[in-house]
Design a protein around this ligand. Structure first.
Ligand SMILES: [Zn+2]
Length: 193
């Protein structure tokens, strides 16, 4: 819908990929699936690792070392404290991820024999992940069962007050699978350099 068909005969039932973007992983070029095509992270929104701060390890899964922007950390700490007052535990198992980290995530799955297109339904191609911004967090358990957790209910009611949104909701218009565990901080960007 709204996409221009670039190549190929019309009238085939096969949903030909239409995205002109490609990514290179282990020297192999892959076409970016349509669901990600218009979601490349703008270069101005890519986090610089030197600007990131570590989340308190009391808020990370198994004391993982997780880095986010300072504003994201402050907002998440405040949100987690408010959640704790309601006996809700918010724990993070992923924050900032670089393009090369994202590339390795996909390479590992390719090595397991999975096709790129099925991997990329759930794992953003390098350059397309909100985690590159340092403002996206995956909460535990970072899988579809999160939707049944008390934490999810709590976030649906309160997260917006702290500047977080559910990026890939159930009724996503973009055909991106529902990721109830993935939350993105949209509050004011920290101006400090
Ligand atoms: Zn995520």
């Amino acid at each position: 819908m709204g996409l221009v068909c670039l190549i190929g005969p019309s009238g085939t039932d096969q949903a030909a990929a239409q995205c002109a973007d490609s990514v290179v992983i282990d020297s192999v070029s892959y076409q970016v699936p349509d669901i990600w095509c218009d979601r490349m992270v703008d270069s101005t929104d890519l986090a610089r690792p030197a600007d990131l701060v570590r989340l308190p390890d009391t808020l990370t899964y198994q004391d993982y070392r997780i880095y986010v922007t300072p504003a994201t950390r402050d907002a998440f700490v405040a949100m987690a404290e408010a959640a704790a007052e309601d006996s809700i535990v918010l724990q993070v198992d992923s924050g900032f991820r670089s393009k090369s980290f994202q590339r390795r995530l996909i390479a590992r799955r390719l090595a397991e024999g999975k096709p790129f297109d099925s991997i990329a339904r759930f794992v953003a191609p390098p350059g397309y992940s909100e985690h590159h911004t340092g403002r996206a967090l995956d909460l535990v358990p970072s899988d579809p069962s999160f939707v049944d957790s008390p934490a999810y209910d709590w976030l649906c009611t309160h997260a917006r007050n702290f500047g977080f949104i559910e990026s890939y909701p159930e009724d996503s218009q973009q055909d991106i699978p529902w990721e109830p565990w993935h939350w993105w901080y949209l509050g004011p960007i920290d101006q400090a350099q």
